[in-house]
Ligand binder design. Structure first.
Ligand SMILES: [Mn+2]
Length: 394
C-alpha cells in the first residue's frame, strides 16, 4: 500500500509548496535513526530553498511542545519522533502550523488536519521491522523531489536499529541504493561510496553522538557526519564520549553486581541517579539493553527497569520546570517469548499504562521508555505490577 502513502505524502507536499515557507523546524529524536532522519529532511528541504533549524528532543516533553506550537504560521517537522503523541501535538497545534510527522513509532491518530502523520504503519507496514524513521523521511524526500535519491544511504544507516535486517521497504531502498552505486557491498555490510565508510560504522558513531553527546552538540555533529562524512574532529569527539560512557557503564555494572537489582514479582529494577550526569537520557536505555544479556545478573523471567535523573536543560530551548526521571524498560529473551504468546504485556503497553496520568511513554514491544516526575518511581513500579497481575488473570 505504498501508493496510499504516496498519495498522502503528495497532499502534504502540496500544502507545503502552497505555503512556500522560508524556514522550517525539524524536531528529531536523539538516536542514530533520529539523526539520519533529521539529516535527510534537512537536506531535502534545503534543496527546496527552505532554511532549516534542527532541534533534537529526547522525548515529547509537554511544556516544550506546547511552547513550540504556541506560535502561528510555522512549518514544523517531527522525524523519528512524534507519532506516538500526535494526539497531544494536535491539541497544541489547533491548525496553527503545518506539522508533518515522519516516524515509525506506534502512532496515535492526529486530530488536527494540519498535523499530517505520514507514519507508514498507517499504510500496512511494521515500524519494528519494515522501515525506520529515516526510511519514512527518505520516501517523503524522494516524493518531494526526484533529486533526493542520493540520500538513500541514510535510510539504511537509520534502519540499522531494526533487529531483523533490511526487510520490505528497506529491501527496496537497499536494492535501489546498490543499483545506482550510492552504496556497495563490503563484507557482511555495505559501504557508503562517497565516504568510504560502512553504514554500520556510521550508525554506531551516531548512536554515541546523539546519546552521550546530547548536551555537548553531539546531535548537530551527527547530522553533519550524516551529510559530509566523518572528520577527524568528529571521530575524536565520538571516542571521548564513548570512553566517558563506558566508564560509567563499568561503575554501574560493578555496583549492580555488588548490590543486585531490586525486585518485585515481575520487575527487576535499579536507579542510576546522577551517575550519567552530562549525558543524554538515551544512555540508560542502551545500558538496560546491554544488561538484558548479562545472564549472571539478570533474571530471565522479569522485566528490566532502569531509572536515571533528567537534567533540566533542553539544549536549544531552555529549562524544564519540573524535576524528572527517565525510566527505561527492557525485556530479557525468555520474557520476549511470553510477550509474543500474549501471556504478558509488551514493554510499551505496560509502560504507557503504568505511567498514565503523570508520564510520557513510548517505544516498542521489547523496549520502551518514559519520562516521569522524580517522585513517581515507586508509583510506576506499583502500577506496573498491578497491570501485569490483571493481564495474567484475563
Ligand atoms: Mn527510530
Amino acid at each position: 500500500m505504498l501508493e496510499e502513502f504516496e498519495k498522502k505524502a503528495s497532499q502534504a507536499i502540496q500544502e507545503l509548496k502552497r505555503r512556500n515557507p522560508r524556514e522550517a523546524t525539524v524536531i528529531h529524536h536523539d538516536d542514530a535513526d533520529g539523526l539520519c532522519s533529521a539529516a535527510i529532511t534537512k537536506r531535502a528541504l534545503e534543496r527546496e530553498g527552505i532554511k532549516v533549524k534542527t532541534f533534537c528532543l529526547e522525548k515529547i516533553y509537554k511544556e516544550v511542545v506546547e511552547d513550540i506550537h504556541s506560535k502561528n504560521g510555522q512549518t514544523i517537522f517531527y522525524v523519528d519522533i512524534g507519532s506516538s503523541h500526535a494526539d497531544f501535538i494536535s491539541q497544541c497545534n489547533k491548525g496553527k502550523n503545518l506539522t508533518i510527522i515522519l516516524d515509525h513509532h506506534d502512532p496515535k491518530p492526529s486530530k488536527d488536519p494540519m498535523v499530517i502523520d505520514l507514519n507508514l504503519e498507517f499504510f500496512g507496514f511494521k515500524g519494528e521491522e519494515d522501515f525506520a524513521g529515516a526510511t519514512c523521511c527518505y520516501l517523503f524526500a524522494k516524493k518531494l523531489n526526484g533529486i533526493n535519491e542520493d540520500l538513500s544511504y541514510l535510510a539504511l544507516v537509520g534502519s540499522c536499529e531494526l533487529p531483523k535486517g533490511f526487510l520490505k521497504l528497506n529491501k527496496i531502498v537497499l536494492d535501489e541504493a546498490l543499483k545506482n552505486g550510492t552504496i556497495q557491498r563490503k563484507g557482511k555490510s555495505y559501504e557508503i561510496s562517497k565516504f568510504h565508510l560502512r553504514i554500520d560504522q556510521l550508525f554506531s558513531k551516531l548512536q554515541i553522538l546523539g546519546a552521550a553527546g546530547y548536551y555537548e552538540g553531539g546531535p548537530e555533529l551527527g547530522i553533519k557526519a550524516c551529510l559530509e562524512g566523518l572528520t577527524d574532529k568528529i571521530t575524536e569527539k565520538v571516542n571521548l564520549l564513548e570512553s566517558k560512557r563506558k566508564n560509567v557503564n563499568r561503575k554501574l555494572l560493578g555496583r549492580l553486581y555488588r548490590e543486585r537489582l531490586k525486585e518485585t514479582e515481575h520487575i527487576q529494577w535499579f536507579d542510576a541517579g546522577n551517575m550519567y550526569a552530562g549525558m543524554g537520557t538515551k544512555v540508560i536505555g542502551q545500558f538496560c539493553s546491554f544488561l538484558s544479556y548479562q545472564t549472571r545478573l539478570i533474571k530471565q523471567d522479569k522485566y528490566i527497569l532502569g531509572f536515571m535523573n533528567v537534567q533540566p536543560e533542553i539544549p536549544g530551548w531552555g529549562k524544564l520546570k519540573g524535576k524528572f526521571t527517565k525510566a527505561s524498560l527492557r525485556v530479557p529473551k525468555l520474557l520476549r517469548e511470553k510477550i509474543e504468546n500474549g501471556e504478558l504485556p509488551g514493554a510499551v503497553n505496560l509502560l504507557v499504562k503504568a505511567s498514565e496520568g503523570f508520564g510520557v511513554a513510548d517505544g516498542h514491544q521489547y523496549a520502551a521508555s518514559a519520562i516521569l516526575p522524580m517522585d513517581k518511581k515507586q508509583v510506576l513500579i506499583k502500577n506496573g505490577e498491578e497491570i501485569i497481575h490483571s493481564y495474567c488473570r484475563e
